[in-house]
Design a protein around this ligand. Structure first.
Ligand code: SF4
Ligand code: SF4
Ligand code: SF4
Ligand code: FES
Length: 593
């Protein structure tokens, strides 16, 4: 923050802001909203759509508020006749190139271009119509790309390059042919795209949206021959409330209640398999450490988490030489699927062929993950449909359920019981914290040495975090770990992940265990979460996640009674034969181009 202040007037109101503040930010401090299309709080300035123009006293040109820093004595008008007319012209120009069939559009009611057009009351097209052909790329199970809806704001390109270091999207061609495309114009499913959906979350129109499976899920619910179970990811329970104007909030009970009213036969929880992931992944880590420290084997360390399907695909393309470092554990979503169609089906006496497993996820890459050939451990497609938090919001709206008035309800049993350790999977550092709570206690017989189990060094929004835990006074069977300082690192967002991986690859970093989440701030900032998602909102979602953890009766995965039961009656041992068949997998290198 600058120590120099700049004084100016906006719409005749004085304001004093830090040097370097943009007109857009200064106006927000006075609660004046300026429309934006190319600007996004998470991204660098582009200044290419011009919809944010304002009038500056003494200047003929209209500066773009998002790209112009304030200066001393400036007098700005954000809503003069000149400004209004300029914005209207800009929006009309954008619409002349736009396939504006709002009544058929998935984004209608959620679209920033539509909102701007409605606010400025654009009427009949005044410019020559130069709309591009409406060819929709649905090659990816996660993403739908419709160039006829693109306003070339380049939020997606900046997102993919800046935040994710993937660069699957770029600006191609020139002039009227300019468009957003992929390497050699290939379909989205044939390029390096990780399906993270961060571009979707920032696209102001319907040019990039998730593949939506709402109708297929309603069809399954209404099919009397189908038994439809639903699982909910940790991060969805603090964000679904935003779809109903309630802000980020702890809404687990209302979420369960809404799902029951939608007609799902059983409402179960991915948090259960998050706890299971800790048992499996913790065991895998301890096994690798033993093999390295005692048996002298050449095992791949550091071990890296494998819960984030965007991260897995990134690694397959960009770091294929380090795939052995990935934990072999499937993600909690993909542990849930095969258990639902084996263990659970048997318990409730259902034919797995008639079961439909639906996931509610903060993530668009989970749609791709569910489609992977590796994810058929039950003998069926383990997870049939994946819906984003946003899609669930639409379903609840369509069904006329008044979310804010719902009473809290509880998950069904079994596969519905979980702990605070599972809930925190939703925020960056959460998997690491949950794993440490369990692994430390298994090895020493004592709780982790952090007040109230809150391992603060692994929390927060810093891009790469490091934490070390000294292990001492271990139980006899873990003597090889006596005195070891367990070194961990956490990265969120693929740009941070790439930096961390490069340090591991060149030997300049030395860790035992690394957590990576593809999305900024972890799953709470997932590509399928409500729009807008920005740092302020992600912080509120994280706060709700940690509050939820503190309110849980059980806060360590190994103390979940349903976890004890499933090992006693079905899986027998973490990392055992059945776990290996249902809950673990391997990934293969993919080409970059
Ligand atoms: S992208 Fe927006 S403006 Fe375009 S058709 Fe869809 S809702 Fe309408
Ligand atoms: S696809 Fe969306 S985010 Fe990308 S340039 Fe087009 S409108 Fe903007
Ligand atoms: S989904 Fe992610 S990786 Fe794919 S184009 Fe969008 S931002 Fe890039
Ligand atoms: S929002 Fe300012 S130029 Fe696009």
């Amino acid at each position: 923050m600058s120590k120099y202040k700049v004084s100016l007037k906006i719409n005749n109101l004085p304001v004093s802001v830090d040097e370097g503040t943009t007109i857009l930010e200064a106006a927000r401090q006075l609660n004046f909203k300026i429309p934006t299309l190319c600007h996004h709080d998470d991204l660098c300035v582009a200044g290419n759509c011009r919809v944010c123009v304002v009038e500056q006293e003494g200047s003929r040109a209209l500066p773009a508020a998002c790209a112009t820093p304030v200066s001393e004595g400036m007098e700005i008008r954000t809503n003069s006749m000149k400004v209004r007319q300029a914005r209207k012209n800009i929006i009309e120009l954008l619409l002349s190139e736009h396939n504006a069939d709002c009544t058929k559009c998935f984004k209608s009611g959620y679209c920033e271009l539509q909102e701007a057009a409605n606010e400025y009351r654009t009427g009949d097209h005044v410019y020559l119509d130069v709309r591009s052909q409406n060819e929709v790329d649905i090659s990816s199970p996660s993403i739908e790309k419709d160039d006829s809806k693109c306003i070339r704001c380049q939020r997606c390109v900046r997102t993919c390059t800046q935040l994710q270091s993937v660069s699957a999207l770029a600006v191609t061609h020139k002039g009227k042919d300019m468009k957003i495309s992929t390497f050699l114009d290939k379909p989205m499913n044939d390029v390096v795209c990780t399906n993270c959906g961060q571009c979707i979350n920032r696209c102001p129109t319907a040019s990039l949206v998730e593949r939506n499976y709402i109708d297929q899920v309603f069809d399954a619910i209404y099919d009397p021959k189908k038994f439809v179970v639903v699982q909910t990811a940790p991060a969805t329970r603090v964000a679904i409330s935003e779809e109903f104007g309630l802000g980020p909030n702890r809404s687990t009970g209302k979420l369960v209640s809404a799902l029951r009213r939608l007609g799902f036969d059983k409402v179960l929880d991915t948090d259960f398999t998050a706890d299971l992931t800790i048992m499996e992944e913790g065991t895998e880590l301890l096994t690798r450490l033993k093999e390295a420290l005692v048996d002298g084997k050449d095992v791949a360390l550091p071990m890296m988490t494998s819960c984030s399907p965007g991260w897995i695909k990134f690694q397959e393309h960009i770091f294929p030489d380090m795939l052995d470092n990935l934990s072999t554990c499937k993600s909690p979503q993909q542990m849930f699927g095969p258990l639902a169609k084996t263990y659970y089906a048997e318990k409730i006496n259902k034919n797995p062929a008639e079961m439909v497993v639906v996931s509610i996820m903060p993530c668009t890459a989970k749609k791709y993950e569910a489609d992977r050939p590796e994810m058929r451990g039950s003998g069926y497609k383990d997870v049939d449909f994946v819906l984003t938090t946003r899609e669930l919001g639409r379903m609840i709206h369509q069904a006329g359920i008044e979310f804010d008035k719902l009473d809290d309800e509880k998950y069904d049993s079994i596969l519905g019981e979980s702990t605070g350790a599972a809930v925190i999977f939703g925020a960056t550092g959460g998997v690491m914290e949950a794993a440490l709570r369990t692994a430390y206690e298994i090895v020493t017989g004592r709780e982790v040495p952090f007040a109230n189990l809150n391992i603060k060094p692994v929390r927060g929004m810093e891009g790469i975090k490091e934490a070390a835990v000294k292990i001492k006074d271990v139980k006899p069977e873990w003597s090889f770990l006596e005195g070891v300082e367990l070194k961990t690192a956490i990265a969120h967002g693929l740009t941070n992940a790439k930096k961390l991986m490069e340090k591991v690859r060149d030997g300049s970093a030395n860790y035992h265990f690394i957590e990576v989440m593809a999305c900024p701030s972890g799953c709470i900032g997932g590509g399928g979460q409500p729009i807008p998602t920005n740092m302020e909102i992600r912080k509120k979602r994280a706060a709700a996640i940690y509050e939820e953890d503190e309110k849980m009766a059980v806060r360590k995965s190994h103390e979940n009674p349903e976890i004890t039961a499933i090992y006693e009656s079905f899986l027998h041992n973490p990392g055992g034969h059945r776990s290996h068949d249902l809950l673990h997998t391997h990934y293969s290198p993919k080409k970059r181009y």
